[in-house]
Design a binder for this molecule. Structure first.
Ligand SMILES: NC(=O)c1ccc[n+]([C@@H]2O[C@H](COP(=O)([O-])OP(=O)(O)OC[C@H]3O[C@@H](n4cnc5c(N)ncnc54)[C@H](OP(=O)(O)O)[C@@H]3O)[C@@H](O)[C@H]2O)c1
Length: 358
């Protein structure tokens, strides 16, 4: 096998493989790396729900899950461990196993001809790995090299809602406060909330403080006085919307909900943005459902959004002046925030391939 340098040069011409999609009408060899995790489980359900053309499905996880058989919508399947001497032959690999695993394995698979879609943060700032939200920047897939990155679970709903408004009114500034569920931390976040709800004396484990009956204004690593989650949201929003100097202010907060991230958004545009017109534009944009009947207390919330693929927008209202709009956004972080977006990227690649062939 060819040995691949992990310090990959940011030069696309040195990619020996141009990740191409095999012929149409084919059922694909699909792998899920991190299949036993929160996002991996959602991926299994979504591939089945959307009838993705799976011919062969292989599941990978850590050494501790190797050899386990797990129930999936495709039947009971064996969990394998990735091994250097047996790099799997796959058409698509969905990575949902964290940045270290992505760093160690994604390029190895891409070099072997696998189309890799990674949900970890590792490649999100690498120019050779387009960062894609299909409703927002499908053209960024042009000339991809077989490795595609999936954005952060709060960035995705934010840009899905902002992009159609930006196209009409020109986005100038956005301030966001997030309300992020424990499943955003994967299995260990879900376990921590369950344990702390059951035992009022349980010590905090996954988070610095108890998450049950609490909110924690800190997500991820430390970047000065900011958090890793906040830094990611700023950089990814700018990259996906192709607005490198966009003014973005973010505070990320972990809350004791199970699934579904909320975002309180205050946006300023270059032009006057009538609230009714903004609502109409949002309602007719792909991937968005407006839920906004204030008099009946109808607005997006994580429980209602859980298990759904749309980005829900409500509480749409005038903010500081005629160019400013406030709204509340919710999306299922495991689905549109992660797995659904990844499967949509794969579907988009297949659709583009079909268009090329006709
Ligand atoms: N949760 C979200 O809302 C969300 C949203 C967007 C993106 N993401 C990203 O998606 C990735 C997965 O997140 P998650 O929430 O699903 O985490 P999780 O529930 O903790 O699952 C992690 C998965 O990775 C597997 N894994 C760990 N070490 C591995 C190794 N060396 N080789 C192969 N597999 C390994 C685990 O296997 P074992 O079961 O054997 O340990 C498990 O299947 C992360 O990069 C995260 O940042 C998560």
């Amino acid at each position: 096998l060819t040995e691949i340098s992990l310090d990959y040069p940011d030069d696309q011409s040195s990619f020996p493989f141009m990740g191409d999609v095999p012929v149409l009408g084919y059922r694909y060899r699909v792998g899920i790396v991190g299949a036993t995790g929160a996002v991996g489980g959602a991926l299994l359900r979504i591939l089945r729900e959307r009838s993705f053309p799976v011919g062969e499905l292989r599941l990978f996880a850590s050494a501790s899950s190797r050899g386990r058989w797990i129930e999936t919508p495709y039947g009971t399947l064996l969990v394998e461990q990735l091994a250097k001497r047996r790099i799997p032959e796959l058409d698509f690999a969905f990575f949902a196993a964290g940045p270290e695993v992505a760093r160690n394995w994604a390029l190895k698979l891409a070099h072997r001809g696998t189309l890799v879609i990674d949900k970890s943060p590792y490649y999100r700032d690498k120019s050779y790995a387009p960062l894609i939200v299909p409703e927002v920047n499908p053209c960024a897939l042009d000339g991809h090299r077989g490795l595609i990155s999936n954005p952060n679970c709060t960035t995705i709903p934010l840009v899905v809602a902002l992009q159609p408004l930006h196209e009409r009114f020109g986005l100038k500034h956005v301030t966001v406060v997030t309300f992020q569920s424990v499943s955003g931390s994967g299995k260990k976040g879900i376990t921590a909330l369950g344990r702390e709800l059951a035992d009022a004396d349980a010590e905090p484990s996954t988070y610095p403080q108890r998450i049950a009956y609490n909110v924690i204004p800190w997500i991820g690593s430390q970047h000065g006085r900011y958090t890793g989650e906040e830094v990611k949201m700023v950089a990814e929003t700018r990259r996906i919307m192709n607005l490198p100097r966009l003014s973005v202010r973010v505070t990320c907060v972990r809350v004791p909900t199970l699934v579904g991230h909320g975002l309180a958004v205050h946006a300023e545009f270059r032009k006057h943005i009538p609230v009714d017109l903004a609502t109409e534009i949002l309602n007719s944009s792909p991937g968005i459902k407006v839920i906004d009947v204030p008099a009946e207390r109808i607005y997006p919330n994580p429980l209602d959004a859980s298990g759904k693929d749309d980005v829900f927008v409500g509480r749409i209202r005038r903010d500081r002046g005629p160019n400013c709009l406030a709204m509340f956004i919710v999306a299922d972080n495991l689905r549109k925030g992660a797995a659904t977006n990844a499967v949509q990227i794969a579907e988009l690649l297949l659709a583009r391939r079909a268009a090329e062939q006709t």
